[in-house]
Design a protein around this ligand. Structure first.
Ligand code: HSE
Length: 448
């Protein structure tokens, strides 16, 4: 049974009479929208691909759970993913299950069986891109993963194709909708992290287990994929420094606001040079203070935005819906059209390009800036001592703001750029100083 139907090819002028058979693995928020849109837009798919696209089946873990759904009405549901993939009339496998181990096995089965794969699975691609790309290459099939990063926003394709002749220097931005929703809501209402996480859950942005979002793991997987594509160097999720938003308080947001900043969870991928001019790559995810006039500061709600800076292209910005069933389905469908066209015309997607093999920076070597909020005793010589500690670690101060608090002083220090190691060591020493009552927060800033 097919979920799509071809228009009369004589009437459309299309010449192909072949079919591209598709297996969909997973029927959650994304999979159900993929099937619905393919079903509703079958004619457009036929014209764009030059062949009929026929969904052969939708694999789920529990068929009963999906009774009454479109996939059920079309007679497509099966709980045997492996048998579906192995069908001789399946040419293309769409993986929208999530997780790593089980989808990895299925995707490898498909690729090794000579079927192209479209996946939305950032964790899988970030952890196993080498193995998956090799399997695709050996079988002469395609691996597409536009939906793995920032859902509907085309950013994988531009890096894989449009910018393939340029030298990308950096890719940075907001690539997690849930955390952007929480931070934006904290900023606009003054509410606590816990309250806004509950709100994100109530509105369906955050998963029942929001750990991957709020701890930054989801953004780290996306950063690994973006860095690999941008710098032609394999970067895995394990190579990405990752700090989430769970420790950000309403006070941090308020302090940032009064200093002219907002706090965003940024993924930052950079091509850097050491003192000898040797190139290396850094990829990191952490809460970051962004000046309120910076374009990223105005990215609100669950929207994503990605900045790319390339030698010849200059600065590019990609903005839009980075999460949700329909936006993710849009990217999956684009990849389905690409892979199906290749099947019809004999073309191929670009393979993995990791020839540059640049070293990945140790996080301590990465240049950054700190915003330090601390409470100190208000007595003679304290500021001089503090300034001396910064100087001893080679860290230059940019601004220093002091106000009275609880009989002592609250000090907000903003540094110039230094290495992460120099800054972290400075804070370690200061936190132990006898004149320091409490370090309220240490948050990194966007680069100068
Ligand atoms: N949970 C992600 C987000 C979407 O909130 O952006 C899928 O990666």
């Amino acid at each position: 049974m097919t979920a799509t139907s071809a228009p009369n090819s004589a009437a459309t002028g299309a010449v192909s009479t072949s079919q591209v058979g598709i297996a969909i693995l997973g029927y959650g928020t994304v999979g159900s929208q993929v099937l619905r849109l393919m079903h509703e837009n079958a004619d457009a798919f036929f014209h764009r691909i030059g062949a009929e696209v026929a969904v052969r089946g939708v694999a789920v873990s529990n068929v009963e759970k999906h009774k009454g759904s479109l996939a059920d009405e079309l007679g497509l549901l099966t709980d045997d993913a492996r048998a579906l993939i192995a069908r001789s009339d399946v040419d293309l496998v769409v993986e929208v299950i999530g997780g790593i181990d089980y989808p990895r096995e299925l995707v490898l089965d498909a690729l090794r069986g000579g079927k192209s794969v479209v996946t939305a699975n950032k964790a899988l691609v970030a952890a196993h891109s080498e193995e998956l790309a090799k399997a695709a290459e050996e079988s002469g099939v395609d691996l597409y993963f536009e939906a793995a990063v920032a859902a509907a926003i085309p950013v994988v394709g531009p890096l894989r194709r449009s910018l393939a002749g340029d030298q990308v220097q950096s890719v940075a931005g907001i690539v997690n909708g849930t955390t952007n929703f929480i931070l934006d809501a904290m900023d606009s209402t003054g509410a606590s992290y816990d309250d806004m996480l509950a709100e994100a859950t109530r509105l369906g942005y955050a998963e029942a287990d929001p750990t991957a979002d709020v701890e930054g793991h989801d953004a780290a997987s996306k950063a690994a994929i973006l860095a690999s594509l941008a710098f032609h160097t394999r970067v895995t999720a394990d190579d990405v420094f990752c700090e989430g938003i769970t420790k950000i308080t309403a006070d941090d947001i308020e302090a940032a606001k009064s200093a002219g900043y907002t706090i965003k969870l940024l993924a930052i991928c950079e091509r850097l040079k050491d003192a000898e001019g040797n190139e290396f790559v850094s990829a990191r995810v952490h809460p970051t203070l962004v000046p309120r006039e910076h374009p990223l500061a105005s990215v609100s709600k669950s929207f994503n935005a990605v900045f790319v800076e390339a030698e010849a292209a200059g600065r590019l910005m990609f903005y839009g819906n980075g999460a949700g069933g329909n936006p993710t389905a849009s990217a999956v469908l684009g990849d389905i059209v690409g892979a199906a066209r290749n099947k019809v015309t004999g073309g191929r997607a670009p393979g993995e390009s990791t020839y540059a093999n640049l070293p990945i920076a140790s996080f301590g070597d990465v240049p950054t800036r700190y915003h330090i909020d601390l409470e100190i005793e208000d007595r003679v010589g304290v500021l001089a001592e503090l300034a001396k500690t910064f100087a001893e670690h080679g860290v230059s101060l940019r601004t220093l703001r002091q106000e009275e608090k609880n009989g002592g002083a609250r000090l907000i220090v903003v540094t110039h750029t230094a290495t992460e190691r120099e800054l972290a060591q400075t804070v370690e020493v200061i936190a132990k100083a006898d004149y320091v009552k409490h370090v309220n927060s240490v948050i990194r800033l966007v680069s100068e």
